[in-house]
Design a protein around this ligand. Structure first.
Ligand code: ADP
Length: 401
């Protein structure tokens, strides 16, 4: 039976939403409410093929969700006839820690467990929880489901997720690698297996999610066995504003030499580093590439570092997996920036990666294999769709309960 599933991604001052008809995978409405709590709050949505824009102060998330549901049930646009048509709500939740290896039906206990992970995800879990709270209040009879960014990576072996620091820190404080973007890595892995014509359990993949945030995952037999993000989403690849890997001694050094507080260093590494810090211009790959094309040396260095870091991880994960069937590029940069893919894969033919330059240029917007016919390892460009996976998980769990 068809079910309408509302997918919610609740941020600190925004709510992103998508209304799916499942199992048909049809998007009936989608939109974004921004600047919650400010005078200039703005809802931009597409409902039943029509653009809806509402500009007025929205004081909090509860009012925000009411406004969204109001837009969805507005007779003019023909989204929902009534709020009761929503059969289930799926929430994106960033950190589920070790408590959630799978998507979960939300109960009071689940909410408590998500609250318990605020310490490791202070920026993300509180707004995610807020979205859950207001949705449960507004739709008390509707099953609500939490899909975690961390779940997919719970299959990592201990030697991949444990840091070489005193073991008590893991035992007592759960300090370890968790990994993020799991919904995206899981989604593209399933698409890749379909494209390769093999069951997911029979494929080894390396999936590179290159967006504003970037992470790369090694997948053996369909399961994550290593990933570049760690305890938090700061570790690993170079990102828009995040440094990725650094020498951890840098923190003490900056404290001593620059007299920065730990909070200031945390902010520097998360918000002022990456492409922005390197280029001094922008966190946005398109802008940095444009500056590089105009001869900007720092922009060129920024892109070289960005691509080199991905290349290093690709090599490391090729070694970790032994046999790799395909590498997958996804998210804003991975799907659209042909020159970035080419730079990452340059000179990797000895490892089995041979890019077809022409096919690579034509990729974007749809699933495509851009490797040469002779390439030992397939090179796939696959648009990610985290909302669809959340809708699928939500539909499955809600139909069972
Ligand atoms: P988010 O992680 O916020 O979902 P996206 O996956 O949309 O972000 O990725 C945003 C990044 O993708 C930005 O750095 C943007 O410049 C880059 N991007 C989008 N389109 C292109 C393109 N055609 N060429 C190069 N970079 C692109």
């Amino acid at each position: 039976m068809s079910m309408k599933v509302l997918v919610i991604n609740s941020g600190s001052s925004s709510i992103k939403f998508e209304l799916y008809v499942m199992p048909e995978k049809k998007v009936e409405a989608k939109g974004l409410l921004q600047k919650i709590g400010e005078e200039s709050s703005e809802l931009k949505a597409k409902v039943g093929g029509e653009e809806v824009v509402v500009k007025r102060r929205v004081k909090d998330h509860a009012e925000g969700l009411k406004l969204i549901v109001g837009a969805l049930t507005d007779a003019q646009h023909g989204g929902l006839k009534d709020i009761s048509e929503i059969g289930a709500v799926g929430h994106r939740v960033v950190h589920g820690g070790e408590a959630f290896a799978e998507t979960a039906l939300i109960t009071d206990e689940v909410v408590k467990a998500i609250e318990a992970h605020i310490e490791v995800a202070p920026l993300h879990n509180p707004p995610n929880l807020l979205g859950i709270r207001v949705a449960r209040e507004l739709l008390p009879k509707v099953p609500q489901v939490a899909v975690f960014d961390t779940s997919f990576h719970q299959s990592m072996p201990d030697y991949a997720y444990t840091y070489a620091i005193p073991y008590e820190l893991y035992k007592e404080h759960k300090v370890r690698r968790y990994g993020f973007h799991g919904t995206s890595h899981r989604y593209v892995a399933a698409r890749a297996a379909a494209l390769l014509g093999k069951p997911l359990s029979a494929v080894n993949l390396i999936t590179a999610h290159l967006g504003n945030g970037c992470s790369i995952t090694a997948i053996r037999g369909g399961k994550s066995v290593d990933t570049s993000m760690g305890l938090t989403p700061l570790e690993g690849l170079v990102m828009g504003t995040r440094s990725g890997d650094i020498d951890p001694a840098l923190i003490a050094y900056l404290e001593r030499v620059k007299k920065l507080s730990v909070a200031e260093i945390d902010n520097l590494l998360n918000k002022k580093s990456g492409l922005l810090g390197l280029s001094g211009k922008s966190n946005d790959v398109r802008s940095v590439l444009a500056a590089e094309a105009e001869g900007d040396k720092r922009a060129a260095l920024a892109m070289s570092i960005y691509c080199y870091r991905v290349k290093k991880y690709l090599g490391a994960y090729t070694a970790a997996l032994g046999t790799v069937h395909a590498v997958v590029f996804t998210a804003g940069v991975g799907e659209n920036a042909a020159s970035v893919r080419a730079r990452i894969l340059e000179n990797l033919a000895p490892l089995g990666y041979e890019l077809d330059a022409e096919k690579n240029k034509s990729a974007g917007g749809k699933d495509l294999d851009v490797a040469t016919p002779a390439s030992r390892i397939r090179i796939l460009v696959i648009p990610t769709n985290e909302e669809l996976l959340i809708a699928q998980d939500t539909y499955e769990l809600a139909s069972r309960n």
